[in-house]
Write a protein that binds this ligand. Sequence first.
Ligand code: HEC
Length: 113
Amino acid sequence: MKPNLLALAALSLSTGCLFGDSDNGQYVYQSYCQSCHGVDGSGGIDVGIGPDTGYYATGGSGFSANLKVRVPQLTDEAILKVLRDGYKGMPSQFSEDDDQALDVLSYMRDTFE
Ligand code: HEC
């Protein structure tokens, strides 16, 4: 393994985040997620649900999850599973081998913390 790969691996371990392109992830988020999760991740602003009515705020009535709350609580693996398999009211977003899932994960780790 080349030294720069080792450094990247160490960085990955220390941040606990898988590789993904956060800049592209922002585009992915805006294209695929924002309509349900809102511009800032706090709920379905764009579908008229309102910023304070994410999953937790409503006691789990099925509205889009507040990602600012949920993303820091979930592991990378759990988030990728949600993106690939869907979760309750959320349809599957990406197939198993689609790197957009990693990109949007990186973006969310950078943004919702
Ligand atoms: C059609 C609307 C819709 C779209 C599009 C959508 N989601 Fe969701 N999402 C939901 C709903 C609804 C829930 C909450 C389900 C529940 O908790 O009842 C959810 C839950 C989640 C959760 C939390 C799961 C948990 O364990 O609490 C994550 C993370 C998430 N979405 C990420 C994303 C990302 C990233 C995208 C874009 C790639 C996306 N979602 C696209 C509707 C959507």
